[in-house]
Design a protein around this ligand. Structure first.
Ligand SMILES: [Zn+2]
Length: 333
């Protein structure tokens, strides 16, 4: 028999070296993704819109309870429950994803809503760590867009009573500012728990005051980034609720923000609304308008509260009834 070409000593020496090499690489920072190096970050979904690099970053998740108790009209709850059951969805609460869209083009970085920020809840506020993991620091952000001032959208723009993104212009609608600063914000049509509203109003006024020096109001149809980003007023969820059209080199994405809070309920019947809507009737009118257009134009959509990474298209099976067709996680080329 011939003896093996390696001996025990060289094997041990070699494995020790390998272990030490593994330990060193585990401690080191992961290499930044470049065109040459593949993107390996399971917490961040990277995709392209023309020549804009886009990231979908999860800020965490919530479970809204009571599930059907948040949905209206109340008389339709048995049908809502049937839709959920037929899709094997959990019924103890409505899972709410929190997806944050980030765009990068050259030295410009745009963030669309900033999530919960620092919050004493381990399921929230994952955004900033994930943002840093793709090499974007807070000071790199140049444009901060607000869709509306509910805490899962606005809270992250202010950290420890200071502006989170020190070099960013902050964009929102005048309608949203007017609502929160009116002497008595009108929640009369909303089905949400009224006990939360004074605190919510007070906190939002404080946040807007902090952001005031960098605030720029955008009107319906206004665009920035040389026309690559256009705001559309989409009222109902709140008075100044905004959605965002993004385009580059013929490719388009429409960020529908809070037109949908669930991938079944706000599509199976567009007349179904959630208690968080300030004006549910107007929210339905807006949803019908935007969905109808997106279906006709086959628009690629992105949803703040849809299952991560939140990209998809619309299908339709009947009047006022749609199907969310999600894009599957894809590793690209
Ligand atoms: Zn929301």
């Amino acid at each position: 028999m011939t003896s093996p070409s390696w001996n025990r000593r060289s094997f041990l020496t070699g494995s020790a070296a390998l272990l030490s090499q593994l330990a060193t690489s585990a401690a080191a920072e992961p290499p930044a993704a470049t065109a040459a190096a593949p993107f390996r970050n399971p917490n961040v979904y990277r995709f392209q819109i023309g020549d804009i690099e886009a990231f979908s970053i999860s800020d965490g998740h919530s479970l809204i309870r009571p599930a059907m108790g948040m949905m209206h009209p109340e008389s339709d709850r048995p049908q809502m429950q049937a839709v959920m059951e037929s899709h094997f969805e959990r019924l103890d609460g409505i899972p709410l994803y929190v997806n944050i869209l980030v765009l990068r083009k050259g030295k410009e970085v745009a963030v669309f809503d900033a999530g919960f920020g620092k919050w004493p809840n381990p399921n929230w506020g994952w955004f900033f760590e994930a943002l840093a993991s793709v090499g974007i620091q807070r000071g790199d952000v140049t444009a901060a867009f607000l869709s509306h001032a509910h805490i899962d959208h606005i809270a992250g723009f202010v950290t420890d009573n200071a502006i989170t993104f020190p070099n960013a212009q902050f964009y929102c609608t005048q309608e949203e500012l007017d609502f929160w600063f009116s002497p008595e914000p009108d929640f009369s049509k909303s089905k949400r728990d009224k006990r939360e509203l004074p605190g919510l109003t007070r906190d939002n006024r404080k946040r807007f005051e902090i952001l005031k020096p960098v605030t720029q109001v955008l009107k319906d149809g206004s665009s920035v980034w040389n026309g690559d980003i256009r705001l559309e007023l989409a009222p109902g969820h709140t008075a100044g609720h905004a959605i965002f059209h993004i385009q580059s080199k013929g490719e388009k994405l429409l960020h529908i923000m809070d037109l949908a809070h669930h991938h079944l309920l706000m599509f199976a019947n567009v007349n179904w609304t959630i208690a968080f809507d300030h004006d549910p009737e107007l929210a339905v009118v807006t949803r019908k308008k935007v969905y109808g257009r997106a279906l006709t134009e086959k628009t690629r959509l992105y949803g703040f509260h849809l299952p991560w990474p939140g990209l998809g298209h619309l299908g339709s099976t009947a009047a006022d009834s749609y199907v969310w067709i999600p894009e599957r996680y894809s590793w690209g080329s």
